[in-house]
Design a protein around this ligand. Sequence first.
Ligand code: G6P
Length: 610
Amino acid sequence: MCGITGYVGHKNAGPILIEGLKRLEYRGYDSSGVGVIDLSTGHIIVRKTKGKIRNLEELIQQQNLPVSRIGISHTRWATHGAPNHVNSHPHADSAKKFLVVHNGIIENYEVLREELQHQGSVFVSETDTEVIPHLIASLYQGDFLDAVRQAIVRLQGSFAIGVLCADHPDTLIAARVGSPLIIGVGKEENFIASDVPAILDRTKRIIYLNDGEIARLTCDNVEIMKFSGAAVRPKIHTVKFSVDAVKKQGFAHFMLKEIHEQPEVLERILKSYLKQEEVNFPELNLSPGQLKGFERIGIIACGTAYHAGLVGKYAIEQLAGIPVFVDAASEFRYRDPILDEKTLLIAISQSGETADTLAAGREAQARGAKVIAVCNVVGSSLVRESHGVIYTHAGPEIGVASTKAYVAQVAVMFLLALKLSRNSGRTVPAQRESIIAQLRQAPAAYKKILAAKNQIAQIARKNSHFGCFLFLGRHINYPTALEGALKLKEISYIPAEGYAAGEMKHGPIALIDEYRAVVCVAPQSEIYEKMISNMQEIRARKGKIIAVATQGDAAIKKHSSHVIYIPATHNILTPLLTVLPLQMLAYFIAVQLGCDVDQPRNLAKSVTVE
Ligand code: G6P
């Protein structure tokens, strides 16, 4: 969702701020803006507009952005008020002394707005954000930091903000509660941003601002304190990945690049966590005794991560014999869940900043459960708030539709199931060894499926005209069907439904005719024959079938219009492989339809508001 960047230093701020915004485009947005303090006049100058960042660049070509040494910029994902240039950030107070960019939602903005209007503030936008500069202005008596501090303690909701003041052209102030914000520490220049990619080509030295902290940045100093004023000694992290990780490197889209990175992601995960035949999670922060003591596991997540959680349920229950429930985090947080200290709660999140997942994790902790994050982003809110973490090591994921992060989450779920299975008596060592041996083959299997790219692209071309897709899978590949449908609808906007194949006759069968395509995930498994029966029922109703099956299964061809093969693997590991053809199918269909694959309409990479 909304992206923030800010700069203070000796260089011209405008181009740096626009460049930073481009690196945050993946977050999803519908308007953008930039504000600077004009070096020659000391005035605040703002340029903002609806639509893509290139629109903002065109505007700046027409209406010049003055040279400056300090500024803030923003991509807005509309919540309060339409995506137009008035509602875009930055927002200013009536006297244009303060300028604010904001990510999050101010829940008490109506009360504040009324109060400020009574005091004479004139509001121009429909946004909740606009109360912030007016509030700061109403509290300002010459001390910039103090006015911001007094203002933010009156805000309810979630926010990450960057603030400028025309009286203090050398100072940038930032603060956060509940929305992500990082500080980049450079040489005689400092930055703020919603995420690391925005500033990766400027500095790799990062401070993760915590909730309830405020930062004062000048070109040669970063000072951090609590809202109370107590000083905080910041920890500077050095980011390991290179700037190439956030570039397309010759691929047409980030999504395609990330699909191709999956073999190396799997290799990295296996190398990190599999030592000979033992699974070791170094940052789990749970002793073997503690791990043995859990009687129940809860998994909470949103979107794609939720589907990885569902795979985790099948794997953990089957291998370790521990009961698992999986909830969408947005449901869990309000359903008065029954938890205790015997429950291990696993929160899965690529970004570690999803508002519902964070809230669900807090709810679980408040009820006595231990929370372990399965997360891709070092230093993210979820990681910092959890008892322990298993990193998914997928590297930065820029495409809004998650691919490599999902595969990494699924791989981690299998490793966790294997670890928990050691104490369960449900599997014998030989079974575990066989699964581990097959898991080690997964990167090579990925390369084989990727080599069938042209065939999958051709299937996509032949089927992109269908107005509706049904994805069916059973057992541990039921989540694969859900994920395949989600990928397709996210990036191609074709209505797509994922269903448990056994449920087909309870509703979705009514959809089937010659105008629908049905993707059947049918690898080798205990319930393969049942999948075949479903396929026959679809064919009898003239549905067009695209099957995902195990290499060597020639028989499936007679039930399907197209077959995409995956290499043979252990039954339980099939979801790791079956999802790849579905990612590729969704990608090539979206390309065929001319869709904006990396930034699908209305979607945000990281949903930081509820
Ligand atoms: C958004 C993204 C999805 C993602 C979900 C959860 O909806 O578009 O790709 O799966 O959020 O995000 P998280 O960062 O918590 O995994």
